[in-house]
Design a binder for this molecule. Sequence first.
Ligand SMILES: *Cc1c(COP(=O)(O)O)cnc(C)c1O
Length: 349
Amino acid sequence: MNYQSIILPHIWNLKPYSSARDEFKGKEGIFLDANENPLGSPLPVSWNRYPDPMQWEIKEEISQIKGIPVDQIFIGNGSDEAIDLIMRMTCAGSEHSILLCPPTYGMYEVSASINHVSIISVSLTQEYQLDVPKILTSIEENTRIIFICSPNNPTGNKINRADIYQIIQQFQQGFVIIDEAYIDFSDEPSFIVELEKYPNVIVMQTLSKAYGLASLRLGMAFAHPQVIQILNKIKPPYNIGGATQTLVLQALKNREFLINSVKQINDAKNTLISMLERIPQVIQIYPSHANFILVKFERAQELFDNLISQKIITRNRSNVALCESSIRITVGLPDENQALFQKIKEFYS
Ligand SMILES: *Cc1c(COP(=O)(O)O)cnc(C)c1O
């Protein structure tokens, strides 16, 4: 694949900032290169030294977990950083466009707007699937990215794999980003296994959901080594703080937590669904491959306000096209889900 035609020329030709810690890799020595405070930090643990700009230790762990070489892993300050960087490396403001399929994750549009990139919207179908023919006819000459979120937020369903293959086979003029933030809750295999075959694909995952590390801010992008090299070149040099690196490394060594939490959350989700099915004012519960469910209620707005007034916070999506009268509910602990169920019942009684 000829990436030079997709990457903006000034990015392609950019000479990256060389940080002090890029030039000397050892851990031992007298460090007088980075203007750090040699006395330490006003904390029990010292964070006075700059962190590893390339996050090698984390990448090696992720490489093992995901079965992908380290040179195909980019680590960002949340997936949001990866979304932003991919946009900035391919789109010169309104000269280029991205294509997205609402209802979907809001950051694609926000990031495009911040970067003044044009947005082509092709709604999902009534079944929350890709409208492949419409997507293919809506692509313009200067379209550089197609965003596919699977399992999709806020609808919770997975996108038909055959449709995704069609898009990645047909769209060769830019990148197809497959956002797999919720993949750990699904039985669907990751598209990481297809990167070899489809060099125009970028897969995104995050530690914010199933891994239980939202506050540490760590998102991953998996792609061809050449694409990863460019992302590394344009990221802020120390985009992942040392505290995050230390804690994430510890967390990744505990493989049990992920397996257990996915199982418990999926069990709790099924229990919550069967409870909600007993409420007559529940119009529809959409199938979910994530850790949340989209539920269509009678008087959704009123219900949402009522829940908030009792400090039960859900996500009102009832003003979003194709999600009319629907509320997105994150699966909580069993007793939290039970409390929610009781309050919904009381509201309708
Ligand atoms: C939650 C979520 C993310 C995660 O974003 P982070 O910045 O990594 O916390 C990414 N994509 C989707 C669709 C999400 O719902």
